[in-house]
Ligand binder design. Structure first.
Ligand SMILES: *Cc1c(COP(=O)(O)O)cnc(C)c1O
Length: 498
């Protein structure tokens, strides 16, 4: 391998980057695949996450690699220095933030997609038909009309931003794309709840409307947007000349998994002529579970829905998605004529509308393939059952918390997220979270609810079962005992001054 020949001037004469020896390459490739499969199959034998040793962090720092290296050596570096120190979300003990677990099937599809190296910006090829098939499946699942459109993006942050842009162009007209948002744009106001994900505010900022133009409405007792307060704020804004144009409802808030009353918000938006967007990053896919789908009632009335296949859909990162009811409005927000992208009736340049007409990206990878493999291989019933089971596990964790006097539940358990604390102060609870992460036993994260720090467990991974929940509870009690003055084991992680 790597028999790159240099001529007398020292320049490289072998131009193709293909392996010199395909047989040797194949052997190594099979080993890589075997080890990647082992990594998933044996995930329980490893810590969920481990801190990166200084030596490992330093080991990969180097000058620009001008000279060639053996593929086997590069792979060894990956196996030693990268793979063991990944996020940990493949592991069933990972319960931090909202991270999907991925599947071995998704991994294979990602490899196949890389082999095709397809560019899904446009043109006429089957990979785009696969993406369109998924758009059609989503359209059916959410009971959107035939005229709906959809597109894969990196994640819900991007999908929410694009929804803001479609709503903005709808409110101001397409000329705003040429002239800018102008005086009318300065009057646009958007609405979401205080529990909405931070990317909604960022979308307002990035789109030029400004994060101050996003009104954060208070919550009702169930942590859902207070619809009466929303109505009152819209009226108050109209009265002083603002132009309410968008409401972003949450289907699964990131802190506790609350689902806004989508039907009530939809009715209000319809009555007020306001774009109704749903941030369904993880929660929207609960539509796959017959038990949970009723919680999403009203989502079928949305003007647009953002969701992530890489969370509850278990598709490997990244696989975000935007679905828009009115495909023409979607196109009008992004399509741009360009001579070098001219569309033809036949040949490779046929097949408009192209995905590049539906978002800011021109070149795009084949995210649809891993999603297609995942949806087809497991079927939506089984994926829905996985989603329902993570909610059942959250209920199990809730019951364990309620039964344990040293623990306190801090929020209602709506879906798959449990927020609780060891009965001690915030500082102790913060240490408990870090202790558990560093122990490799589990990986919860933290959040703050009404000013109180909470240990937060979001059950998303399809591999998680009761034993993982039990291990989390045991670890919280163990580290909580140590941190609040109990016996300190010699093998405890180093104590931080409190
Ligand atoms: C995860 C999440 C987001 C952001 O999605 P990304 O895919 O990380 O960009 C937005 N909203 C909610 C409710 C989320 O859970």
């Amino acid at each position: 391998m790597n028999e790159i020949v240099r001529n007398t001037q020292g320049s490289v004469t072998q131009t193709s980057l293909d392996p010199q020896d395909w047989t040797e390459f194949r052997v190594l490739a099979h080993r890589m695949l075997d080890e990647a499969i082992d990594g998933i199959a044996n995930v329980r034998s490893r810590p969920v996450w481990q801190p990166i040793p200084d030596g490992v962090r330093a080991a990969i720092k180097s000058d620009v690699p001008r000279e060639a290296s053996d593929l086997a050596d590069v792979y060894r570096e990956f196996a030693e220095h990268v793979a063991p120190y990944a996020t940990g979300n493949v592991h069933p003990g990972f319960m931090g933030w909202v991270h999907g677990g991925g599947t071995a099937v998704g991994m294979l599809a990602e490899m196949l997609a890389a082999g095709l190296n397809a560019n899904l910006g446009g043109r006429d090829h089957m990979p785009i038909e696969i993406e369109r098939q998924i758009v059609d499946w989503m359209r059916r699942l959410f009971a959107f009309p035939q005229s709906a459109s959809g597109i894969f993006v990196t994640g819900t942050s991007m999908a929410n931003l694009m929804a803001v842009l479609v709503a903005r162009t709808t409110a101001l007209g397409t000329l705003a794309r040429q002239y800018g948002i102008g005086n009318d744009g300065a009057l646009l106001t958007a609405y979401t709840s205080r529990a909405a994900h931070g990317c909604v505010s960022r979308a307002m900022d990035i789109s030029g409307l400004g994060s101050d133009a996003l009104r954060k409405i208070g919550l009702d007792a169930d942590h859902r947007i207070d619809v009466a307060a929303l109505r009152a704020q819209i009226a108050a804004d109209r009265k002083v000349g603002f132009k309410p144009f968008l409401v972003v409802a949450s289907a699964g808030t990131v802190d506790i998994g609350a689902i806004d009353d989508l039907r009530a918000v939809a009715e209000l938006c319809r009555e007020q002529g306001i774009w109704f967007h749903v941030d369904g990053a993880f929660g929207a896919l609960a539509i796959l579970s017959p038990e949970l789908a009723p919680l999403l009632g009203g989502i079928e009335l949305a003007d647009s829905i953002a969701l992530d296949f890489h969370k509850w859909g278990q598709v490997p990162y990244d696989a975000g998605f935007l679905l828009v009811r009115d495909g023409e409005r979607h196109r009008q927000a992004f399509a741009q004529p360009a001579a070098y992208l001219s569309r033809e009736a036949r040949g490779l340049a046929a097949g408009a509308v192209w995905p590049c007409d539906l978002g800011p990206d021109l070149s795009r990878g084949f995210r649809a393939l891993k999603t297609w493999f995942t949806l087809k291989t497991f079927g939506t019933e089984r994926l829905g059952a996985v989603i329902a089971r993570s909610c059942a596990l959250a209920k199990y964790l809730e019951a364990r918390v309620l039964a344990e006097p040293r623990l306190e539940l801090l929020a209602p358990v709506n879906l798959n997220i449990v927020c609780f604390r060891y009965r001690s102060n915030d500082a102790v609870n913060r240490e408990i979270v870090a202790d558990i992460q560093e122990s490799g036993i589990a990986a919860p994260s933290g959040t703050t609810l009404d000013g109180t720090f909470a240990i937060r467990a979001a059950i998303v991974n399809h591999r998680t079962d009761e034993t993982d929940i039990d291990a989390l509870v045991a670890a919280v009690l163990e580290f909580g005992g140590r941190r609040s003055g109990g016996v300190i084991d010699v093998e405890a992680p180093p104590l931080v001054a409190q």
